[in-house]
Write a protein that binds this ligand. Structure first.
Ligand SMILES: Nc1ncnc2c1ncn2[C@@H]1O[C@H](COP(=O)(O)OP(=O)(O)OP(=O)(O)O)[C@@H](O)[C@H]1O
Length: 264
């Protein structure tokens, strides 16, 4: 296995308005440190891919951004969202997740109707106005490119949908809350190429209104859809730059080896 100097890194200096940023994040599972000193800034209305080999820490880092590691790991450092450190234990985690949504690798709709999958969390969060609920239902399904396929069967079970449709329903469920940031953990890895392409189109449309941070193993996908890409290696951020530059002219040898398949 090749070894690389973790101090040899390049992080782009971004100046635009940020949706969320992390300052010296460290994550440990018991004695095992999975993320070291990671400071990254994610600009508003952009798509950012997190890439790296299996076990490099991409999902661990992503999960920090809406406090999904709270019960399984120790997370030190700051995560700034709207001038608030959301990693502070005093910050209400349910409030955080209203603004920073997440969709996982495997579609996980509730065993309820398509309609209730969208409306459940809204009602739980105190939205009861019928017009508002109907509006959010249609808006989120439209934005997740699912409306035309399901508008006549909103009261049938979500579990009857195909895997790709279920994943778009999970995206719709997240965006119905009108989050600022959407975290996607390999959302298309369990899907066929046509469903994958629909998810990619959806993600690109969504970035008009929110910031998307996506973990992907698929480098073509990262280069097709993202504005910026962050490369992780063994828990260290090695390179963060415009996607075009990462894939055409990486500045760091480890990144170059990874994207050219000459790694490990
Ligand atoms: N729940 C957990 N408990 C203990 N260790 C974990 C847990 N989740 C991840 N790890 C460890 O943390 C490190 C980073 O794993 P992580 O899943 O974040 O990497 P990844 O880059 O997302 O990998 P993959 O691409 O395979 O999903 C690995 O050493 C992994 O074994």
């Amino acid at each position: 296995m090749k070894t690389y100097d973790f101090n040899d890194k390049y992080i782009i200096d971004l100046k635009s308005e940020m949706a969320i940023e992390t300052d010296n994040i460290q994550v440990s599972y018991g004695k095992n440190q999975a993320i070291f000193d990671t400071s990254l800034k994610f600009p508003r209305f952009k798509i950012i891919s997190l890439i790296g080999a299996s076990g490099s820490g991409k999902s661990t880092y992503l999960r920090c951004l809406n406090r999904m590691n709270d019960k399984i790991a120790t997370v030190d450092g700051k995560i700034m969202y709207r001038n608030v450190d959301i990693n502070d234990p005093k910050t209400n985690v349910y409030e955080v997740r209203k603004h920073i949504g997440m969709v996982f690798q495997r579609p996980n709709p509730f065993a309820k109707s398509i309609r209730e999958n969208i409306l459940f969390a809204l009602k739980e969060n105190g939205i009861h106005d019928k017009n508002e609920l109907e509006e959010r239902l249609e808006m989120s399904l439209q934005d997740a490119a699912l409306w035309e396929e399901v508008k006549d069967e909103l009261d049938t079970s979500a579990l009857a949908l195909s895997g790709g449709q279920q994943q778009r329903l999970c995206i719709a469920r997240s965006i119905a809350m009108k989050p600022d940031v959407l975290l996607l953990d390999e959302p298309a890895s369990a899907l066929d190429p046509i469903s994958t392409s629909k998810i990619e189109d959806t993600v690109q449309l969504l970035s008009k209104n929110l910031t998307v941070i996506i973990v992907t193993h698929n480098m073509q996908q990262a280069s097709r859809i993202s504005d910026y890409t962050a490369f992780f290696h063994m828990g260290h951020i090695i390179e963060y730059n415009e996607t075009r530059k990462i894939f055409t002219k990486p500045k760091i040898k480890a990144t170059d080896d990874y994207i050219s398949g000459d790694f490990g």
